[in-house]
Design a protein around this ligand. Structure first.
Ligand code: ACM
Ligand code: ZN
Length: 721
C-alpha cells in the first residue's frame, strides 16, 4: 500500500492565479520552514551525503510501511538478489513484492550497464508523485538506494519524500569499522545489531579483531584448545589492561553458550563458534558488508602462548606476547589456523596483525638467530618481514590477500600486501608511494576508543580527546598529495582503498558503552568514505547527526549525546592574560636547555594532550623551567597545570618545587604545596599546582624530578600574577 500525494488541478484561470500566488507564498515560506512546506524530506537529510541530487518541480511521494516493490532487469537472479528480496520483505518498511497487475510503489531495476557509473554501489533514485524508481548495476547499488529511501522516509513525520532525482556512488570502495572483541568480548547478537546500523550508513567492511593477549575468540576445529584455554580469564580484563596486573587465564566454564559474554564475577570471557561466525557473515552479506577476520601474528599473543608455551623463544623472555620465528611448529600452527579461517570467511582478505611485536626475545633466541643466519637476514626487523612474507605466500597460495597493520612495512614489505595505516598517516602514505593498497585508519583521527567530549564527564578512555568534528575533518588524500609534492600523479590514489574507524575495547566494559564510543563518530567515517571530495560541511553534518542520533536511539542504540556536547575546554579557547605571557622561558631537561615558548604563550591546554602544541611533554627526568619576567615585579600567584591520567601513566610529579629570584643567581624556595594523590585513581584530570605568594622577583623557577617516581607527563602553562 502506498499513498500518492496529490495536488488538485482545477482548470479555471482564477484558480490558476490563486495557485500561483499560493505557490509563491509557499516558496517564500520554505526558506523558513524547510521540508514541511516544500512537501517532504529532501536528500540533504541523507547521511552519508549523496553525491548529486536535483529537486523536481514540487510534489512529494508518501512512502508508507508495506509498500509494494518490483525487481526488474538482468541482475535479479542469483543468491545476492534472492537475499535482497528477503531483506526488502523484512526491512523497516516491510515491503511486499507487487502483484503482476499492480503498479508498484517502488520499481527497482538491477542489471549490468543499467547505469553509466560503474562503481560498485552506484545507484540512481527518482522520486515522482506517481512512484519511485531505482536503477543500479548490481544489488549493492539497489541496497544503498533503499537505505537512502529509508532515511528520507524517516526524516518526515508523515513519510513524505519530496520529488527529486539522486545520482549517488561511494567515493571509496572500503568503508569500514574494526571491532576489538578480545579485550572485552561482545556477543553475536550485539555484532548483528551493529552490522544493521553500519548498513544504514552504507559502510561495507567489518574487521573483527579476533585474537590478542587477553583472549582467542574464534573456535576452530584445528585448535580447540585455544578457546578452551585462551578465551576466559579472571574478571575483569579491564583491571589488567589499565592497571597492568598480570593476566590469569581460566578454563572454559561448563555450560558456556558460544557467542555470548560469560561473566560470573570470577571468570570472564567468551568466543564465537564457527556457526556464530557463519551467521554473522551471512547477515552482513545481505547488508553488503564483508567480514574481515584478524588473527594476530607474531605479537599480541599472550593467549596463544598460554595455551602453547612451546611457541616461546628459547632463553629468557623479555616480552611475554611474541612467538618465536625460529621454530617451524609456530608456522605449522598458523598455517592450519589460517587455512580454516580462510575457508570460513568468504572475504578476499585475511588480516594478520603484525603490529607492536617487540623484538627483544628474537635478539636473544638462538633459534631466531639461526633463522636470521640461514635466511641471510640483516636483523630482527627483517626476521619479522620474513615471517609476514611467509604468511603472505601461504595466504596468496589459497587465492586470498594479506592485510596487516603498518608495522608490516618494517624490514621490507612483500609486493601484494595491503597496509592498514594506524600510526598517524605516514605509514599509509609511504606504502601508497610504494604502490601498495592501503586502508587509512589513523589513530590521530579514527581511533574511537579515545574520549569524545570533556574527559571529566566521559567514561574512562584510552586517550583523552577525539571529538566528532576532528574525526569528520580527516581528508585521506591531503597527506598523500603533500608527501608526493611535485611528483604527485593522481593515478596513485587508486591504491587508497578507503577508510576505517577502529574501536579497541580495553576500557569498554559494556555493550552500551561500545555503542556510545561508536556513534556518532562512525557517522563521520561513513560520510568521509562515501561522499565526494570537497563536499564536507561540518555544521550540516552535525545537524544530520543530531537527527540520526534520535532515530538510532529509537532503534535501541546508545549513542553519545551530541546535543549536550561540552566541546573544547572552556579555559583553553583563548589565551589567559598573566605576567608570564610572552616572558622568556627555558626548559632544562636531562642536561639539555631549550626554549619553552609553549608554557608562556598564555594558552592553557585543551583536552587533547598527546602531540598537542598546547602541552609540553616531559619524560622521566629532572626538569627545570626558568621564566624571566624582564624586570622585578610584585607577584601574588604562581602556578602551573599538569595532566593526571594514571590509567595512561601520565602523572602529576609529586616533588614540584617553586623558587623566585631577583638576580637570577640566588633563588629562594616558595612554600607552595606539592600534590598528594591516591594510588588507585584512574580518570583523566587537569590539576593545578600553585598558590598565592607575596614576593618581589624577576625570575621564577619550577623544578621537578620525575625519574625517581617513573612518571612522565604533560605541563600546560606557567601562570604568574
Ligand atoms: C594498533 O593499534 N596496535 C593497531
Ligand atoms: Zn625465537
Amino acid at each position: 500500500m502506498f499513498t500518492l500525494a496529490t495536488v488538485s488541478h482545477k482548470r479555471t484561470k482564477m484558480k490558476r492565479v490563486i495557485a500561483l500566488i499560493w505557490g509563491f507564498s509557499l516558496y517564500l515560506l520554505s526558506f523558513a520552514a524547510g521540508d514541511a512546506v516544500r512537501g517532504g524530506s529532501t536528500p540533504e537529510r541523507i547521511l552519508p551525503q549523496v553525491a548529486r541530487w536535483v529537486p523536481a518541480n514540487g510534489g512529494s511521494f508518501v512512502l508508507t510501511p508495506a509498500c509494494s516493490y518490483r525487481l526488474e532487469g538482468k541482475g535479479v537472479t542469483g543468491d545476492a538478489a534472492e537475499a535482497f528480496r528477503v531483506y526488502l520483505d523484512n526491512c523497516p518498511l516491510a515491503m511486499r513484492s507487487a502483484d503482476k497487475k499492480e503498479s508498484p510503489a517502488i520499481r527497482i531495476k538491477i542489471g549490468p550497464k543499467t547505469l553509466k557509473d560503474t562503481r560498485e554501489g552506484a545507484y540512481q533514485l527518482i522520486v515522482e508523485r506517481k512512484g519511485i524508481s531505482i536503477q543500479a548495476n548490481g544489488v549493492a547499488g539497489a541496497f544503498y538506494a533503499i537505505q537512502s529511501l529509508l532515511q528520507l522516509q524517516a526524516a518526515d513525520d508523515e513519510g513524505r519524500i519530496a520529488c527529486c532525482k539522486i545520482e549517488d556512488a561511494p567515493r571509496y570502495a572500503y568503508r569500514g569499522l574494526m571491532f576489538d572483541v578480545v579485550r572485552h568480548f561482545h556477543g553475536k547478537d550485539f555484532i548483528l545489531k551493529q552490522i544493521d546500523l553500519m548498513a544504514q550508513l552504507k559502510m561495507n567492511r567489518l574487521h573483527l579483531h579476533l585474537t590478542d593477549n587477553e583472549g582467542w575468540r574464534i573456535a576452530l576445529d584445528c585448535a580447540p584448545e585455544m578457546v578452551r584455554k585462551g578465551a576466559f580469564g579472571e574478571s575483569w580484563w579491564f583491571n589488567h589492561v589499565m592497571s597492568r596486573k598480570p593476566l590469569v587465564f581460566a578454563e572454559e566454564p561448563s555450560g558456556y553458550i558460544p557467542g555470548t559474554v560469560y561473566d560470573d564475577g570470577r571468570v570472564y570471557g567468551g568466543y564465537y563458534s564457527k556457526e556464530d561466525l557463519r551467521e554473522i557473515i551471512a547477515f552482513a552479506a545481505t547488508r553488503q558488508i564483508e567480514i574481515i577476520p584478524e588473527i594476530e601474528f607474531p605479537g599480541h599473543n599472550q593467549a596463544l602462548l598460554h595455551a602453547h608455551p612451546e611457541f616461546f623463544c628459547q632463553g629468557e623472555h623479555k616480552v611475554n606476547n611474541v612467538v618465536c620465528l625460529g621454530k617451524e611448529n609456530v608456522f605449522t600452527f598458523y598455517e592450519k589456523v589460517l587455512e580454516e579461517v580462510m575457508e570460513l570467511f568468504p572475504t578476499q582478505y585475511l588480516h594478520i596483525g603484525g603490529d607492536e611485536a617487540k623484538k627483544s626475545n628474537w635478539n636473544a633466541c638462538p633459534l631466531c638467530q639461526q633463522r636470521i643466519a640461514d635466511e641471510q637476514l640483516k636483523d630482527v626487523y627483517e626476521l619479522q618481514s620474513y615471517g609476514i612474507r611467509r604468511m603472505e605466500k601461504f595466504i596468496n597460495g589459497h587465492g586470498k590477500r594479506l592485510i596487516g597493520w603498518d608495522e608490516i612495512l618494517e624490514g621490507g614489505l612483500s609486493d601484494n600486501a595491503t597496509v592498514m595505516s594506524w600510526r598517524g598517516t605516514e605509514g599509509g602514505v609511504e606504502a601508497i608511494r610504494m604502490n601498495h593498497d592501503v586502508v587509512m585508519s589513523p589513530s590521530t583521527f579514527y581511533y574511537l576508543d579515545f574520549g569524545q567530549d570533556a574527559p571529566y564527564k566521559e567514561p574512562l578512555a584510552f586517550n583523552s580527546y577525539l571529538p566528532l568534528e576532528v574525526v569528520y575533518s580527516y581528508e585521506p588524500e591531503d597527506d598523500i598529495i603533500a608527501a608526493c609534492g611535485e611528483d604527485y600523479d593522481p593515478s596513485i590514489l587508486k591504491h587508497l582503498l578507503g577508510v576505517q574507524g577502529n574501536l579497541w575495547s580495553e576500557c569498554i566494559v559494556s555493550d552500551s558503552q561500545f555503542e556510545y564510543m561508536l556513534y556518532p563518530r562512525a557517522f563521520a567515517i561513513a560520510e568521509n568514505g562515501w561522499s565526494p571530495k570537497g563536499s564536507k560541511n561540518y555544521p550540516a553534518f552535525r545537524e544530520k547527526s543530531l537527527s540520526l542520533i534520535e532515530r538510532v536511539k529509537a532503534q535501541g542504540y546508545h549513542p553519545f549525546e551530541l546535543a549536550s556536547e561540552v566541546g573544547h575546554r572552556p579555559e583553553a579557547v583563548q589565551p589567559v592574560p598573566n605576567l608570564a605571557l610572552g616572558a622568556k622561558a627555558t626548559w632544562t631537561c636531562g642536561g639539555k636547555a631549550e626554549s619553552a615558548d609553549k608554557v608562556v604563550d598564555g594558552w592553557l591546554g585543551d583536552w587533547a594532550i598527546r602531540r598537542n602544541p598546547r602541552w609540553q611533554e616531559f619524560g622521566k627526568k629532572e626538569v627545570t623551567l626558568d621564566v624571566d619576567l624582564g624586570e622585578i615585579k610584585s607577584l601574588h600567584y604562581i602556578g602551573t597545570e599538569f595532566v593526571d591520567y594514571k590509567a595512561r601513566r601520565f602523572c602529576v610529579p609529586a616533588d614540584t618545587e617553586f623558587f623566585v629570584s631577583e638576580d637570577g643567581v640566588h633563588f629562594t624556595p616558595l612554600s607552595i604545596p606539592q600534590m598528594r594523590l591516591s594510588e588507585d585513581r584512574m580518570h583523566f584530570s587537569i590539576l593545578t599546582v600553585g598558590g598565592t605568594v607575596d614576593v618581589r622577583a624577576r625570575y621564577v623557577r619550577l623544578r621537578f624530578n620525575t625519574g625517581k617516581q617513573k612518571v612522565r607527563g604533560y605541563i600546560s602553562e606557567i601562570m604568574i600574577n
